[in-house]
Design a protein around this ligand. Structure first.
Ligand SMILES: [Zn+2]
Ligand SMILES: [Zn+2]
Length: 391
């Protein structure tokens, strides 16, 4: 959703206000910016994929009239109406990405494509792994192999997720930052939610909101034809469990969603009983290794060329944060997620988002044997192992 890292530099490109301009970033792919009001972000990129059937859009902004008005204007600038949108793709279950999706589907009869595990407060999806039957898995594998042949990529150059830990099998999936306000977080505190004024606004928007009910839940390895291109679905859990990227090997284009952003570090939500940072780092590697990627199209910020370079920088950032946290834990002794988050985040970032990211890092340490976790009075407590080197 947003970046929660310390920041004392000039505004990042992801924070720029939404421009009304529509730009063609590669032939048949339009970048349209929609306004958002979320901490650390100024716009979300809605990409338009143009073909002779009309247009498909990826990540159609926040719920609410202001974003909808901008969405219609951008489409009009590009020469389209909402009725011309035949497909909506939502990269993951954050409101700045799925907000307009349900309404476009309702008004124009568009298909709505998400990852298989897509889930929001009103739309419940299956767990990432469990519902993938043997038959489905075989179909996806065959589709991927056929795809490899059609784009002249050898099958072993296709991305795979070969570590079963990467796609965790967790039906009770609750992401702390999307757990209801007032609910108990996995680390034992109460989720306060946003400030009261924003809570009131969000509640009002939810009442008018058309939920994004997917018509097509896709799996890793499936092929999606949009904008006269064949896109390969790359499942990239970490930022959220249902995050997907779309890769077009022919043109070397990768729609990165919030998985890889050009200048800020995507938030990684801690989840219960799973190492979401491990998923994130592994799927960063996955997209960093994709053959011939020359253009990353992120959900926030400008198109960028060096996807592999950004992957390395983000990995380095997490390694540094882990070490910072480990040192803080060693100095503090056994401590809660809240206490540790206060050690590694500046005061202006304290709260559920910072705790969630700290929790993700702590769980990663605990899974790697670098920390011991236990419960005390309903709160998780972490004790660092002095000799460990989990990196
Ligand atoms: Zn986002
Ligand atoms: Zn997000």
């Amino acid at each position: 959703m947003t970046d929660t890292q310390p920041r004392a530099r000039p505004p990042r490109q992801e924070q720029e206000p939404a421009s009304e301009e529509v730009t063609e970033v590669v032939p048949g792919v339009l970048r349209m910016q929609l306004p958002i009001w979320m901490p650390g972000l100024g716009h979300v990129n809605m990409y338009g994929l143009v073909d002779d059937r009309g247009i498909a859009v990826v990540d159609p902004g926040l719920p609410g009239p202001q974003s909808w008005k901008a969405l219609k204007q951008r489409l009009k600038t590009a020469g389209y109406r909402v009725k011309d949108v035949h497909t909506v793709v939502v990269t993951h279950s954050h409101p700045d990405h799925f907000g307009g999706a349900g309404r476009i589907a309702r008004e124009g009869g568009a298909k709505l494509i998400t990852h298989h595990a897509f889930s929001t407060w009103t739309v419940k999806g299956p767990s990432p792994q469990r519902a993938l039957s043997e038959g489905e898995a075989r179909r996806v594998e065959m589709e991927a192999a056929a795809y490899a042949q059609s784009v002249d990529v050898s099958p072993d150059e296709l991305p795979t997720i070969n570590d079963p830990d990467v796609v965790h099998d967790d039906t009770e999936e609750t992401e702390a930052t999307s757990s209801p306000w007032g609910a108990i977080t996995p680390w034992g505190t109460t989720n306060q939610g946003p400030p009261l004024r924003r809570r009131v606004m969000i509640k009002a928007l939810r009442m008018l909101f058309t939920p994004p009910e997917p018509t097509d839940r896709v799996h890793h390895g499936e092929r999606v034809r949009l904008g006269d291109r064949d896109w390969f679905v790359v499942h990239t859990p970490g930022h959220t469990v249902d995050h997907l990227c779309l890769w077009d090997p022919e043109s070397g284009t990768l729609l990165t969603g919030d998985h890889v952003l050009p200048s800020i570090t995507p938030h990684v939500s801690g989840v219960r009983k799973a190492d979401s940072l491990k998923s994130y780092l592994a799927t960063l590697d996955l997209v960093g290794r994709l053959k011939g990627v020359t253009l990353g199209l992120p959900a926030h910020g400008h198109p960028f060329a060096d996807v592999a370079g950004r992957v390395e920088a983000i990995k380095e950032h997490h390694a540094e944060r882990m070490e910072l946290l480990r040192q803080a834990g060693l100095a503090l002794g056994p401590a809660t997620v809240v206490a540790l988050s206060h050690e590694v985040f500046p005061k202006r970032h304290w709260g559920t988002m910072a705790e969630s990211e700290t929790f993700a890092h702590l769980e990663h340490l605990a899974h790697a044997g670098g920390a011991e976790r236990y419960e005390e009075k309903g709160m998780l407590v972490y004790r660092m192992e002095p000799a460990s080197d989990p990196a």
